[in-house]
Design a protein around this ligand. Sequence first.
Ligand SMILES: [Zn+2]
Length: 417
Amino acid sequence: MSGQPARGGFPFTAVVGMDELRLALVLNAVSPAVGGVLVRGEKGTAKSTMVRALAAVLPDVDVVAGCRFSCDPADPDPDCPDGPHEPARGEVGGAARSRAARLVELPVGASEDRLLGALDIERALTEGVKAYEPGLLAAAHRGVLYVDEVNLLHDHLVDLLLDAAALGVSYVERDGVSVRHAARFLLVGTMNPEEGELRPQLLGVWLLFALSTGAGWWLIHTWPTLVGLVASPEMVRHVEHGELWTDGILNVTPSSLLSMRIFTNNIVVTIFACVAGIFYGLGTFYVIANNGLMLGGVFAFTKEHGLDGDLLKFIFAHGTVELSMICLGGAAGVALGESLIRPRLASRRDSLQQCTVKITRLFAALIPLLIICGLIEGFVSPDTAIGWPVRLVIGLANLALMYAVLSGRLFRSAAAA
Ligand SMILES: [Zn+2]
């Protein structure tokens, strides 16, 4: 804090209106025993800017030259894997050197090897020695370890991180390598309360879906002969005979088989809506718009034949959640595309990896919901003996279940430090 200019980035004192965060960071910097800072805030609140700026105002540290574990020359770690070091400073021809305090960022998609360190394969192969390559915990010793969006970090990594932070030591047992080294760092994590919910993307996808449903309705309403674009010949034949294609389906296919076929199909469509996003989001737009056009078109066609009420009755119990799932898959796909177009981490690869972690968790919740939809669509929806009240109750209960699962009320996947 000797008036040195900030090393790149924004000066610590220049961020306005974040006094509590500034105080928390300074307190931790002065006394690391405080135990770290968890910064909660929405996107664009300069959380990361503040943390990066903090590293720039930390005093320089003296380290033993050549020690990859940043030993203090005045008090070297007796267990240092690069040791033992000469205890006295300055005597052995400048064995100590001074460097800036480090800010080490732990990417959300990092592996255990990257955090703890691993066997140095290159040296193992070329020199035939078991050498240990230090990880991010070693790099962060006597500096700042920064985890952006710590709530998305894998639980297993959170445990390792908290263990090291609490003990000040990292133990590594790897492929015949057994190492312990000091790991005392200022732990700073950020989390965005909205992260993982895909709100902006979901809104966009719903809008696209609604617009394309309207367009499909208008298209078939205006030119009924185009119905072949949105419905199969078999569907068209049924409706022209004054019945839904689902009528009597239970006489042909048992509910269990029907359910299985339906949920398999829905899971495929939802995953496709998401994975197609890898083409910078364009594939997702296609899948969602296509589904909307078909839904709107089919409704317009059944209305011509006075069957739209029956179709709504058929769809209601399973369809509300099913379409929500497909839109959510689409929102995840858009997020995937975004992570490539506008990577928020240092590299596209890290951004994509972080996004994939998020999406994997989402799908863990989506797939059971889609199976429930499939069961409803196989057992309840085609059964003409079941009336509107039961369908209404099932449809709304299903929506409530979806809301509970996705808002994290039924289970929590986020682990915050
Ligand atoms: Zn050392």
